[in-house]
Design a protein around this ligand. Structure first.
Ligand SMILES: NC(=O)c1ccc[n+]([C@@H]2O[C@H](COP(=O)([O-])OP(=O)(O)OC[C@H]3O[C@@H](n4cnc5c(N)ncnc54)[C@H](OP(=O)(O)O)[C@@H]3O)[C@@H](O)[C@H]2O)c1
Length: 321
């Protein structure tokens, strides 16, 4: 039987997570040296991704490339876990040679029942996406909001401190972003959502638990116009504009002002219709790719204790996209 050179070049870790088209694009970025399976040994520190189903996750490729770039004896592997096995798997992993793991859908909330200590920010967000293991003791963090803030501050070259932000949407990602921004000193956070009650609930929770800096924007056109006029940053956190509905817009782009920063956390496509229109109006745009990379980079820092090679991580994610 003819050997499939792509399988042998990339090692087993890429195959369950990526479709063939992704392998073809990432191929040039992963040399034979990147195949960590040939060098995994008893001293290797493992990192896992717990979720179900894991689908086309970019995390194994991104982290393994980062470990390889810095010559760290770490290896990242996807672990599909059904909800009824989460407790056993989390317990087992904490007794093995794991430095930690990422947690994704549907386990981000339930995992909190199975870890020893939860960081303050993850506690107020109410979800954990990174777990570290030190001497058998597990600590849970949420780096989603931090990933967003780092992406915004690096790519738009601003500090979120004291600035006024409008967040459109109020789902899980918006929750992590808004809580983190309040935690890190955002001046004012306005929230608008299709289901208005959810926006009131989140704003109330942030004002009570973090800082009184949140307000809800209703659907009245005058109220919406006034919100766009007063903010420095506009952030789409809804799934509107995501592939395959790429032509859809999450807001009235006529309300955007030249010079405003517009960020869209949708990352497929990277430049959404919202960002194209914002750019045409003279706004500074920030894509969702940065949040994806920086949330991972923060996990990398927590597991390894060293600065992540962010450029190499971006290169892997861009190749997969
Ligand atoms: N870049 C990154 O690293 C990153 C990280 C996480 C998520 N994301 C992306 O962010 C998006 C949201 O993720 P999530 O986990 O927060 O999802 P979620 O919890 O399901 O929340 C979805 C939000 O979108 C709103 N929405 C959905 N369809 C809508 C429509 N037709 N009209 C108006 N509002 C609508 C929902 O409003 P209602 O409350 O009214 O339902 C809700 O506020 C997804 O596209 C996801 O891929 C990106």
């Amino acid at each position: 039987m003819k050997k499939d050179s792509r399988n042998s070049d990339f090692g087993f870790f890429t195959e369950p997570c990526w479709p063939r088209s992704c392998l073809d694009r990432v191929g040039p970025l992963l040399s034979k040296k990147d195949n960590h399976m040939s060098i995994v040994d008893v001293n290797t520190k493992l990192v896992g991704l717990l979720g179900n189903p894991l689908g086309h996750s970019f995390s194994p490729a991104m982290h393994n490339k980062a470990f390889q770039t810095l010559g760290l004896n770490f290896f990242y592997l996807p672990i599909e876990v059904v909800p009824e096995n989460l407790k056993d798997v989390a317990r087992g992993i904490s007794k093995m040679n794991f430095a930690g793991y990422n947690v994704t859908v549907p386990h981000k909330i339930r995992i909190m029942e199975h870890i020893d200590h939860i960081h303050e920010l993850a506690t107020v967000i109410g979800a954990v996406n990174v777990v570290t293991i030190k001497d058998g003791r597990t600590t849970g963090y949420n780096t989603d909001g931090e990933g967003f803030v780092q992406s915004l501050e690096t790519e738009a070259r601003i500090s979120i401190k004291g600035k006024r932000h409008l967040i459109v949407g109020c789902g899980g990602a918006a929750r992590a972003i808004a809580m983190t921004m309040a935690f890190k000193g955002a001046g004012k956070i306005l929230i608008s959502n299709r289901t208005e009650q959810k926006a009131y609930d989140l704003a109330g929770e942030i004002n009570d638990k973090v800082r009184p800096c949140c307000h809800v924007v209703g659907k009245d056109p005058k109220e919406m116009k006034s919100a766009f006029q007063q903010v420095d940053v506009v952030i789409n956190t809804t799934s509107i504009g995501m592939h395959p509905d790429e032509d859809r817009l999450p807001m009235d782009t006529e309300l955007l002002r030249k010079g405003q920063i517009v960020s869209d956390i949708v990352y497929n496509p990277a430049k959404t219709e919202l960002l194209k229109r914002a750019e045409a109006k003279g706004c500074k745009i920030v894509t969702g790719i940065g949040m994806l990379v920086y949330q991972g980079a923060e996990g990398f820092r927590l597991w390894t204790g060293v600065a992540p090679p962010v450029e190499e991580m971006f290169a892997v994610v861009r190749a997969i996209k």
